[in-house]
Design a binder for this molecule. Structure first.
Ligand code: ZN
Length: 396
């Protein structure tokens, strides 16, 4: 190497170390309403009434997020599956539309590489995850189709058992019994296999403990829990037991602790007041059941929530970090990340929306986490899993 080459090589190393030292704040679960990009209040290009929009991300230093194509659980029949696909397509379109309409600010991320590139170019990133495998019905080829639309993870089930997996919370509305498949269904096994082959991350949040163990065992790639906390800290069926966290970590997966109040700190009085409010709001709009994507965006609901928050104080960012501490103690720094569930019920004192994201980083520093630890917690861990899932898919 000539001197000039050596100097430019060293400069390159120096530059890439700076880039690599930078924290990428990557929120793995952001919900969007069904009228995202349609209703002016739900236009992320401007200061909206959503917890996540472009100005709030920029203000709070939130670099990237998995925007979620959530579809509520419905009946397991042809009509139900058809409707779920229609609803999913609408949300895919809206997320892609956001990245096209505001391409100078936010870009669609189809691979971890896109997230790093966006950060270098001072752009925000939007990746896409599907919440609820109900959306594929009994048609495995829809996995490939949704992958082509940008989906890079899929939560196997939501509230209520589906054709793929048992849920951690059976649906009363759908007359679920306690179990349906005793874990993952035989169709679900094929789904996991196909997801591994195409490079879509398997998400075990929301599914039953039995199903989660099975999914981890069946998957050739590491799996994620896109938005769940530690059951030993908050005993809720949506949270992960120590054994499950150990199993997830032993396969190289990651648990993304979530800012959902009742999973951070179980408070039944608070929870029941919210359930009551939901029922009341649904009644006002002539519906029998509360549908979050429809009713949680109504003024009556948001005002009611404010009142409830006054009566039952929200858990704090420090309470969320207690879950991180616990998981780090149990399995180490490489298997934990963060998600907000903003738009889907996520909210904490100190992290009420994306504009306060820097505060979470600040509190992590206060807790004694090093810059390198924080880098892992905020993004590197889930980006590592995503890369591995990509690599394993390419080997098939
Ligand atoms: Zn969820």
């Amino acid at each position: 190497m000539t001197n000039k080459n050596i100097i430019s090589f060293l400069f390159f190393i120096f530059l890439s170390s700076i880039i690599r030292a930078e924290i990428i704040t990557f929120d793995s679960h952001i919900d969007i309403p069904f009228d995202f990009m349609e209703n002016s209040k739900h236009d992320p290009g401007d200061n909206s009434d959503m917890q996540v929009d472009i100005p709030k991300m920029q203000k709070g230093g939130m670099d990237a997020g998995f925007f979620v194509v959530y579809v509520p659980q419905g009946p397991l029949n042809e009509a139900g599956f058809k409707n779920a696909k229609k609803l999913a397509e609408k949300k895919f379109k809206a997320i892609v539309n956001m990245t096209r309409s505001y391409s100078s600010k936010i870009t669609l991320a189809l691979s971890p590489k896109d997230i790093y590139r966006a950060k270098e170019n001072n752009l925000l990133s939007a990746a896409i995850g599907i919440e609820n495998g109900y959306t594929i019905g009994e048609d495995i080829s829809l996995l490939d189709y949704y992958y082509s639309l940008g989906a890079r993870y899929m939560t196997l089930a939501h509230i209520g058992h589906n054709q793929i997996s048992d849920s951690s919370i059976p649906s009363k509305r759908l007359n679920n019994s306690e179990k349906m498949h005793n874990g993952i269904s035989s169709f679900g096994r094929k789904v996991i296999k196909r997801m591994n082959n195409i490079g879509m991350m398997v998400d075990i949040s929301h599914i039953s403990e039995e199903a989660a163990f099975e999914a981890i065992q069946l998957s050739r790639s590491p799996v994620i829990a896109s938005h769940s906390c530690a059951k030993s800290i908050a005993d809720h069926p949506r949270n992960l037991s120590d054994d499950l966290i150990l199993a997830l970590a032993s396969k190289g997966g990651v648990i993304q602790v979530v800012a959902f109040p009742n999973y951070v700190k179980v408070d039944n009085s608070r929870f029941f007041s919210i359930m009551e409010l939901g029922k009341e709001v649904a009644k006002i709009y002539g519906d029998r059941n509360f549908i979050p994507s429809m009713h949680a965006i109504k003024d009556e609901y948001t005002e009611g929530i404010k009142e409830i928050n006054k009566r039952y104080p929200l858990p704090s960012v420090d309470d969320l970090i207690d879950h991180i501490d616990y998981i780090v103690e149990l399995v180490g720094i490489d298997y934990v990340g963060i998600s907000s569930d903003f738009g889907g019920g996520g909210i904490l004192e100190g992290w009420i929306d994306a504009s306060q994201t820097n505060f979470v980083t600040e509190r992590l520093r206060k807790r004694g986490y090093s810059e390198n630890d924080i880098k892992k917690i905020w993004g590197e861990n889930i980006l590592r899993v995503w890369r591995e899932v990509e690599d394993i898919s390419n080997l098939n």
